[in-house]
Design a protein around this ligand. Structure first.
Ligand SMILES: [Zn+2]
Length: 307
């Protein structure tokens, strides 16, 4: 399986949406999309929640959205231009919908709807955090359907920010390295992760993060898959790695505990309740699933779990 095929299994990926990035800078083209009979709008409330009904996002048509409502252009899907309303006061009511945040919605939404919601949230998160020019302090003006922010004072263009973070399953012999932070649910363990630093390659970030958090020296690593993670602005870059050393030292204080788990340790822990893993929404789950399948022939989804 290639990394592209593995990425397709991750949440929020592989959207059939055409983002139409080559047209967004044309105001006349955008206005035509907005006025199209098939145009649909997604409302996010002040907390960033979206309306969900029967496992689908609830889109509104032109009749329910004021023509001058500021909106972000998402792209075109099956001939319909899709927008996300930018004004939290705009949504009014959506009949019989449940307003869910992205984490809760992702577990009930159809796959591509979850990706569209993640995309709308990622854009909104960036806009909420990028109101003023970082060079001269002037208030920014959103352009290109919300995908750029122009400074009217110094003329600089600001682009949406995405924070790259590596996440890695490290292997030594027949075991993999999982750790936990003190703030997590009791008994929950996950693969190690951290943000990529300025001037750093992804492989260097893998080596540094694993050494900082666990004291383990990484011998080699390989790219596994990626996943957008708009909580608020991350792009998770998943890796598999092999360790050159075995002795764990919790060096930087980020982890409360880190241990080597064999496939049997994971299966027994899930069955007894002594171990909890991140939900399938997360790339951590996919990395552990991949490791169990390739190293032990176990399917994570079908392993018995304590109630
Ligand atoms: Zn400026």
């Amino acid at each position: 399986m290639t990394s592209a095929q593995r990425t397709r299994r991750n949440s929020f990926t592989d959207s059939p949406l055409d983002r139409c990035g080559e047209f967004r800078a044309d105001p006349a083209w955008l206005a035509a999309q907005c006025g199209s009979a098939g145009a649909r709008w997604l409302a996010l409330d002040a907390e960033g929640r979206a309306p969900v009904r029967d496992g689908r996002l609830c889109w509104q048509d032109a009749a329910r959205v004021a023509a001058d409502s500021p909106a972000n252009f998402l792209g075109r899907l099956d001939g319909s231009p899709l927008f996300a309303l930018r004004d939290p006061a705009a949504p009014s009511s959506v009949p019989a919908a449940e307003w869910l945040d992205l984490r809760n919605a992702a577990s009930v939404l159809a796959r591509f709807d979850a990706g569209l919601f993640a995309y709308a949230r990622a854009l909104a998160n960036w806009q909420a955090a990028t109101r003023h020019c970082g060079y001269c302090g002037a208030k920014l003006t959103l352009v290109d359907g919300g995908h750029r922010a122009l400074c009217p004072s110094c003329g600089r263009m600001h682009f949406p920010r995405t924070d790259a973070a590596i996440i890695v399953i490290v292997e030594y012999g027949d075991a993999c390295l999982l750790g936990r932070q003190a703030t997590w649910r009791p008994r929950q363990y996950s693969t190690l992760a951290g943000f990529v630093e300025p001037g750093e390659s992804l492989a260097d970030a893998v080596r540094r993060e694993v050494r900082e958090e666990s004291g383990i020296i990484v011998a080699d690593c390989d790219f596994h898959s990626s996943q957008p993670w708009p909580f608020p602005a991350s792009l998770m870059l998943g890796f598999t790695a092999t360790a050159a050393t075995h002795d764990i030292r919790l060096a930087d204080g980020e982890l409360e505990d880190a241990r080597w788990f064999t496939a049997r340790d994971i299966a027994d822990g899930l069955r007894s309740g002594a171990l909890r893993l991140s939900p399938p929404l997360s790339i951590s789950y996919r990395l552990i699933e991949h490791w169990l399948r390739t190293r032990a022939g176990l399917e994570l989804a079908t392993l018995p779990r304590a109630p």
